[in-house]
Write a protein that binds this ligand. Structure first.
Ligand code: PAF
Length: 283
């Protein structure tokens, strides 16, 4: 079943809460793939009711990003959700979420701004304002759905860490459940943006997980110095790759690591065929 209106969803949630049912929320921007399905499966297993939100959130796109081009496949998404045992697909319009005239600049909308230390690095560096948009919409979804559990993929690890921080700092009564990265057999991490890659581009994109898994192997063999681990990446790169960042950071607070340890996550962002791809691995 699909619901577009906040009030209609609220009524239903109220009745579920009265019955004492637990609610799981899987926030998405649609174009669902097996990565999303793994989150949905976890929620359906854990919770009495699962809501999947499908909303291409305009305020998390930066100028020049692919808001118009972003894949919108609501019918297929709804069918996938129904087959997976989802109770409700919540698919609001921008007007429903942000109001008449959808005035979305921060002169007119109350935003949730995550701490600068968490957003001035990795993806936040090139996508200024992106995490303000993410935190604002996720906070709104939490207020609308009031879920007991919310499921986020580890693929967007910086997002996951920032959302956990927001939930902690704002005392939001929801438990965040992190879900592991789902990869194609080739090793490529699933992403809605993989659709933009040609067959050759998909092959070139394997460089992300090759670099990461090689670093993990080197770390397991005893190399801990981050400079030395970073250097192992360069032999994998060619003219088809534009490396945006390769960084070693603490898994809880994103502090930079000079010496890798078991709390380190290696983050990579790289462009192939003008498609920005991200991946990460825990050491
Ligand atoms: O990860 C995403 O798809 C989005 O950033 C999210 C969490 C659904 C917020 O729009």
């Amino acid at each position: 079943m699909i619901i577009h209106q906040i009030e209609e969803l609220r009524k239903l949630i109220k009745s579920w809460k009265k019955e004492g049912l637990t609610i799981g929320l899987v926030p998405t921007m649609g174009a669902l793939h097996n990565g999303h399905l793994s989150l949905i499966k976890k929620s359906v297993e854990k919770c009495d009711r699962t809501i999947v939100s499908v909303f291409v959130n305009p305020i998390q796109f930066c100028p020049g990003e692919d808001l118009e081009k972003y894949p919108r496949t609501l019918d297929a998404d709804t069918k996938l959700c129904e087959d997976a045992g989802v109770s409700i697909v919540f698919a609001p319009s921008p007007k429903e979420m942000y109001g008449e005239g959808h005035i979305m600049s921060n002169d007119f909308l109350t935003y949730v701004i995550p701490p600068f230390f968490y957003v001035n690095k990795l993806c936040g560096k090139s996508r200024v304002g992106h995490f303000d948009g993410v935190c604002t919409v996720v906070n709104k979804l939490f207020n609308i759905v009031q879920p007991d559990f919310a499921f986020f993929g580890e693929k967007d690890r910086q997002q996951l860490i920032i959302i956990k921080k927001m939930v902690h700092d704002l005392n939001i009564p929801v438990e965040i459940i992190p879900c592991p990265i789902v990869r194609e057999e080739s090793g490529l991490a699933l992403s809605s943006r993989n659709k933009y890659l040609s067959e050759n581009g998909k092959k070139e994109a394997l460089v992300l997980n090759r670099i990461l898994f090689n670093i993990k192997t080197c770390y397991n063999k005893g190399i801990k110095d981050v400079e030395a681990l970073t250097e192992t990446a360069y032999s994998f790169l060619n003219a088809n790759h534009t490396l945006e960042y390769l960084e070693f950071r603490d898994k809880n607070n994103l502090e930079e690591k000079k010496v890798a340890d078991d709390n380190t996550i290696v983050f990579i962002a790289l462009h192939v065929e003008n498609v920005r791809l991200i991946d990460n691995i825990e050491l």
